[in-house]
Design a protein around this ligand. Structure first.
Ligand code: FAD
Length: 438
């Protein structure tokens, strides 16, 4: 068939990068770095306040670890509870719309356990939900963009420099949220940060297996015992991993590896391979120990290496494990949580310290407020806490609540300081996430 000449392309032109090619500039009211549970919530809540928002992420897609590491389970959104004490939702905000929309698509599976209530989600549906919500809210997404420099002016963050494959971009804003998980913004700004002093907190290479015979899916508790007894036989360092089976989707979400997550580029790149090597051993375990269920299983997807705790900000208050255990209700509380202390501080396993059905602990404003800056808030897994305390508030429920609190604090501060806002006014805006209303 003859080709229409008007669609033929043969001409080329020679181009060369200009020597003085400067960075493109963007000006917004609020710039959020990190598009995980915390950053997505921050961006959507800021847009709902009528602010012009940019949402930056180093990965080429939005959604942070919830999407790209295939976490697969929302936790920390409900109070503790059991058969006698009905759990209730403790984090609202964007979670309400998200649960309603994903639930209507059949993308959620509620699981009421003996101490916690969790929701399994379809990560592909979540990704599209986030993308649509960001687009509909008029938020400017900037993906594949790493914060490579931060310009300060006194105690204020003035501008971020982002490095992308398409060139540099500078974003100036009145207020900034560090929802990077690694306190990347605070770190690049030269502000003090914290790391765990007593050894690594382990991450996990997640994977999704498909083609499972659901009728023979193992019982969760017997499975845990078998992993503990036999993991070494398969060369698996971790002895308390688990595989969540999602019957409606015919898949299993496998969380059976423990990898270090150093903030060093060469080591972290090598760990990508180490995580997959451990995942291979987990698959060998599943196929050999539960052949009826996993004989024909194959990997549908590997997540990005899952990172739990690395580096976090120095706030005006460091949340402690003792405050978490006692359920201290701070005068400047901005989020609440009932999730156990879940500290992945050993290669073989993790510390699990659950609480009673009536327990609640709180995150104070001081733990999400950078001590040395007037317009920089943190949200999510890089807020200020000791390592054990942080492990109980870095799950997705409180991450979303912190995102909402961070942008409301910035909104109240305006051109002033987040250290001088009216706390009662802030808490009034956050009351759904602080007190039981049903
Ligand atoms: C294996 C694993 C299992 C878990 N299981 C659960 C669970 O079952 N349920 C649950 O609720 N929670 C779970 N958690 C915890 C929870 O997933 C995370 O703590 C939470 O998702 C963190 O959200 P976040 O928004 O703070 O950060 P993240 O989701 O980590 O998002 C941070 C984003 O910032 C970006 N970023 C970082 N640095 C830069 C930079 N310099 N420039 C630009 N962008 C940058 C990253 O690309 C990333 O997308 C788990 C965590 C792991 C690792």
């Amino acid at each position: 068939m003859a080709v229409d000449p008007k669609f033929m392309r043969t001409e080329t032109k020679v181009v060369r990068r200009a020597k003085d090619a400067g960075a493109r500039k963007l000006s917004v009211d609020i710039c959020v770095v990190g598009s995980g549970a915390a950053g997505t919530s921050a961006a959507l809540e800021a847009a709902a306040l009528g602010r012009k928002v940019a949402l930056v992420d180093g990965l080429p897609t939005l959604g942070g670890q919830a999407v790209n590491s295939i976490i697969g389970l929302f936790v920390g959104f409900f109070s503790g509870g059991d058969q006698k004490h009905v759990p209730y939702q403790i984090t609202h905000g964007i979670a309400d719309r998200m649960f309603a929309d994903l639930g209507a698509q059949g993308a959620l599976d509620y699981r009421v356990g003996p101490t916690t209530t969790n929701i399994m989600y379809d990560e592909v549906a979540l990704q599209r939900w986030i993308e649509r919500a960001i687009a509909e809210a008029g938020i400017i997404p900037i993906v594949g963009a790493i914060v490579s420099n931060v310009a300060m002016e006194g105690r204020r963050v003035r501008e971020l420099e982002l490095t992308t494959r398409y060139g540099k971009l500078r974003v100036e804003a009145q207020g900034f949220v560090d929802a990077s998980g690694d306190a990347s913004l605070a770190w690049q700004a030269g502000l003090p940060c914290r790391e765990a002093a007593e050894g690594p907190i382990y991450g996990t290479q997640m994977l999704v297996l498909e083609n499972i015979d659901m009728q023979h899916a193992p019982d969760r508790f017997a499975f845990a015992e078998r992993v503990a007894a036999k993991h070494k036989q398969y060369g698996l360092p971790r002895g308390d991993g688990f595989a969540f089976v999602a019957p409606g989707r015919g898949i299993a979400l496998v969380n059976m590896t423990h990898i270090e997550t150093p903030l060093e580029p060469v080591a972290m790149s090598r760990i990508q391979l180490e995580g997959k090597a451990q995942a291979d051993k987990a698959i060998a375990f599943l196929k050999a120990e539960y052949p009826d269920a996993f004989r024909n299983a194959r990997v549908r997807a590997y997540g990005q290496p899952g990172v739990r705790q690395t580096r976090w900000i120095v706030g005006t208050h460091q949340l402690t494990a003792d405050e978490v255990r006692k359920g201290v209700k701070f005068p400047d509380a901005i989020a609440r949580c009932a999730w156990p202390i879940e500290l992945h501080s050993r290669e073989e396993g993790y510390v699990w310290e659950p609480f009673g059905h009536d327990h609640m602990h709180y995150v104070p404003l001081g733990s999400i407020t950078c001590a040395d800056a007037d317009n920089l808030m943190a949200a999510g897994r890089c807020i200020d806490g000791d390592a054990a305390a942080l492990s109980s508030v870095r799950v997705m429920g409180p991450c979303m609540a912190m995102g909402k609190a961070a942008v409301n604090a910035l909104d109240l501060a305006g051109a002033g300081s987040v250290h001088q806002i009216d706390i009662a006014a802030l808490q009034e805006r956050l009351k759904d996430n602080l007190v039981r209303t049903d």
